[in-house]
Every structure is written in C-alpha cells, then in structure tokens.
Design a binder for this molecule. Structure first.
Ligand code: UDP
Ligand code: MG
Length: 306
C-alpha cells in the first residue's frame, strides 16, 4: 500500500478534482492507496468536502483535521505520522504536481531507491517573480549550507517506510525545513524530472510573507555561516587599520594634512575590527548552541548487520 499525504489549506475549489484524479489512477492499478488529507485549519468547505469522499478497498481516505492553521510543514509531518503504507508520497493539493506520476515514481523507488523526488524542469504559468526568487533562494541556500539540498525540488516526493520512520523519529526541531531535512537524511535518492503544471484552481496559499518566512526557515535551519560574518568583517577592518598606519606615517613625513584625522581613523578602524571579531567569536559559540538544541543525530545508518 502507498500512503499519499496531501496538505490542504482552503482548497475547496480543487480537492474534489485532486481526489477524482487519484481515483482514476488507482482504479486501473493493482496498487492500493490511502490518501491522507491533512486539513490545515481551512476556513472554507475543504473539511466538508473531504469527509464526503467515498471509501473503497483500492483507495482509503484518511482525513486529519488540524485545530487551526499550523502551516505546510506541520501538515506534511502530521501526514507522515498518520501514514501506514510501505511507501509514503507527499503531494500538493492543487494538482501542480501531476498525481499520475506517483505510480512511475513508485516503480523507480522499487527499482532500488529510498527517496524519489520530483525535480522541476519546467514551471508552467508561475510568475516570473516566483521563479526568479525561487531560483535565487535555492542557489543562496546551496551556497550557505553543507547539506546538498537539490535546487528546484519541492516537497513532491515518494519515500520508503524506512525513510519515513527516520524522518518521524529524528525531526524534533521547532520550525523544521522539510526539504532540507529530506536531503540531510541521505539514503539513495533519485531526482525524477517533471514539468510543474499551473495550479488547477484557487489561489496560492503562499503569500509573500509566508515565502520570506519559509526562506528564513531554510537558511536558519541549515546554515550557521551568517554567524561567522563578524570574523570576516574584522579581517577587513584590521586591514584598513593597518593600511591607515602606513598612510599616517607617509603623511607625517611627506605632506601637509589636517592634524589628527588619520590617527582617529586608526583608532576607529581598530575598535571596529575588535568589535567585529568578538561578534564573530560570539557567533561561533551561538552556532554551537544552535547545533546542540537542534539536536539532529550525528549520523543515520542505512544498513548494518544485526
Ligand atoms: N498549504 C498548507 N498550509 C498552509 C499553506 C499551504 O497546508 O499554510 C498547502 C496547500 O493547500 C497546498 C500546498 O500546501 O496543498 C502548497 O501550497 P500552494 O500551492 O498554495 O503553494 P505554491 O505551490 O504556490 O508554492
Ligand atoms: Mg501550489
């Protein structure tokens, strides 16, 4: 059985379509599925609609209702916890990720992978702004972090029971960045290329503010590099301070200048340098504390002999 986790937030316009497409897929397949709709505190008719979906032996419907809107990552995690299948898929409710790909992705998974993730090669009808910010965000994140987070991969993916269990067990952090964590967990991953469709109906639930928060979650969760910037800035300030000393000596002997300003420059640059340096050192300790409280395991074992 495959578990399909679908986070839904105010998706009344689209979820019936999503469900009927899943029905069509699994009617003609020998694979059985459970569809876990996690209703993330929708204020429209989403709840009513999803409780009305018919149950069948091919396709079981499992509604999970949040008490309020807790956000996309929380909804996906709740779905992972509810999932019982031998493999677990995550897919958006809005049909941007074609559900027809689930079975080919499952096949790929069974051919010897632990995670098969959707890699977007084309994003139809997404605004230039969205594509540009997404492009920039993934490059920046990859630059800042050691974890190999694939660019242009969303949450559309399918994983084995084993990987789902590791994620369930190891994600203890507040504000988890799922895309990063799935990359971090390792295992044998396969990028499954597909072209992302436009939203079938309704509007994006990711407002600009939510996008910024999402980007911050990614950077804060996967990089301590910004905390060390102070150290680099201190190097620049030290260089300025030392060059100023030479300039001071040169002026003293070779030219007339307003007395005092170069010596003040030297003092200011040295003070600046020391301040940046100590910010950087404090940052290094904060980075350590951050690692400790995030409490990720030091390793994940794929296989061993009992
Ligand atoms: N979603 C959610 N909670 C939220 C925001 C979004 O569960 O607070 C769901 C939403 O219903 C959809 C998925 O997350 O299934 C992706 O959202 P959306 O399609 O609006 O984002 P976009 O594709 O525009 O990035
Ligand atoms: Mg979408």
């Amino acid at each position: 059985m495959i578990s399909i986790v679908i986070p839904c937030f105010n998706e009344e316009q689209v979820i019936a379509k999503t469900f009927s497409r899943l029905q069509t897929i699994f009617q003609s397949s020998k694979e059985t599925a459970e569809v876990i709709f996690v209703n993330d505190g929708s204020s429209d008719r989403t709840s009513e609609i999803l409780w009305s979906f018919p149950q069948s032996s091919q396709l079981r419907v499992v509604p999970v209702e949040f008490s309020r809107n807790f956000g996309h990552s929380a909804a996906v995690l709740a779905g992972l916890h509810a999932a019982q299948g031998d493999s677990v898929a995550i897919i958006d409710a809005d049909l941007q990720d074609p559900p027809e790909l689930l079975l080919p992705m499952l096949e790929k998974l069974q051919s010897g992978y632990d995670i098969v993730y959707g890699k977007r090669v084309q994003r139809k009808a997404e605004t230039l702004f969205k594509r540009a910010t997404a492009w920039l965000f993934y490059r920046l994140l990859r630059f800042l972090t050691d974890v190999d987070i694939p660019a242009d991969a969303g949450d559309f993916r399918i994983m084995t029971r084993e990987v789902a269990d590791v994620l369930k067990r190891e994600i203890n952090e507040q504000d988890p960045f799922l895309r990063g964590l799935v990359a971090w967990v390792g295992f044998r991953q396969f990028p499954f290329e597909y072209s992302r469709d436009p939203r079938a109906d309704g509007e994006t639930k990711y407002t600009f503010r939510k996008m910024v928060r999402f980007a911050m979650t990614g950077v804060l969760g996967f990089s301590n590099t910004p905390l060390y910037f102070g150290v680099y800035l201190s190097f620049i300030s030290f260089a300025v301070a030392i060059l100023s000393i030479f300039y001071f000596i040169y002026l003293k002997f070779n030219a007339f200048t307003v007395p005092g300003w170069v010596s003040i420059m030297i003092v200011v640059a040295f003070y600046g340098a020391f301040q940046f340096l100590f910010f950087g050192i404090t940052g290094a300790y904060i980075a350590r504390i951050n690692k400790q409280v995030t409490n990720r395991p030091l390793f994940v074992i794929r296989k061993s002999k009992p």
